[in-house]
Design a binder for this molecule. Structure first.
Ligand code: C5J
Length: 241
């Protein structure tokens, strides 16, 4: 079941080169914009991180999300987290390090990184519509132990616009999984963030290096321009595909 609407093709300015995206077969994938990563008292902060580093990604994602909704492209939100009985959380993940609270412990937003708790929810600014896909994932990659691959196949998706947190962990892992499955991934630089700015930079460099070994890197302004029918060029010279 491909997108029932015939949508235009847009040329996205990106590195290492521009890319033409047929919006009918493109999905916006927003990774883990959850309170547990974004707000004080959640999983991210228990690991000793400065969660304020991630706020910069919210506005760029919100603008692309609004445009994607207007255009009618498939929107997928992911959430990292575990079942209340922790049966899907490997001991190796729970036990490592010396966090102030471990996965499953009670915190100010409910149990840390547990499905159904307030901290596991997506931040209000990017809250999913009922019609949008939500993928609950136990790992860092959105394909591991989830139905994401089946859903993308059902909709005939070939390209992913990827954003969210954190750049070098769940965004990078998902892009690598998607690349191996044959998807063209375009990562929004300003729609991603890390607790470590240097990891953000390197995480993006790793994706676009070597002729785009894992995918393309663009930004919200370029994607918004390519989503606007009046300004998007169909199959512009120099763009791949
Ligand atoms: C992390 C994520 N950083 N969503 N998760 O543990 O990147």
């Amino acid at each position: 079941m491909a997108n029932s609407k015939q949508l235009p093709v847009g040329t996205v300015a990106a590195e290492p080169e521009p890319i033409n995206l047929d919006w009918s077969v493109t999905a916006l994938v927003i990774i883990d914009m959850q309170r547990d990563f974004m707000e004080p008292g959640g999983f991210g902060e228990t690991l000793g991180n400065d969660v304020s580093q991630l706020a910069r990604a919210v506005k760029p994602i919100a603008s692309v999300l609004a445009a994607a909704r207007d255009l009618g492209i498939l929107v997928v939100h992911t959430r990292e987290g575990h079942l209340p009985d922790l049966s899907d959380a490997p001991p190796a993940k729970i036990e490592r390090g010396a966090p102030s609270l471990r996965i499953g412990d009670p915190g100010p937003m409910g149990r840390i990184l547990i499905r159904g708790e307030a901290g596991h929810d997506i931040i209000p600014e990017l809250y999913p519509l009922d019609s949008e896909v939500i993928i609950d994932k136990p790992g860092k990659g959105a394909f591991y132990a989830t139905e994401l691959g089946d859903i993308l196949q059902k909709y005939g998706i070939e390209n992913l616009l990827v954003c969210g947190v954190t750049t070098e962990v769940c965004v990078n892992t998902t892009v690598r999984e998607a690349n191996d499955r044959g998807y063209r991934c375009v990562v929004l630089a300003d729609g991603c963030a890390s607790y470590f700015p240097e990891f953000h930079e390197m995480g993006l460099k790793m994706i676009k290096a070597q002729g785009g070994i894992f995918g393309w890197v663009s930004d919200s302004a370029a994607v918004l321009q390519a989503m606007t029918p009046e300004t998007s060029n169909i199959l512009a010279a120099g763009a791949s595909r």
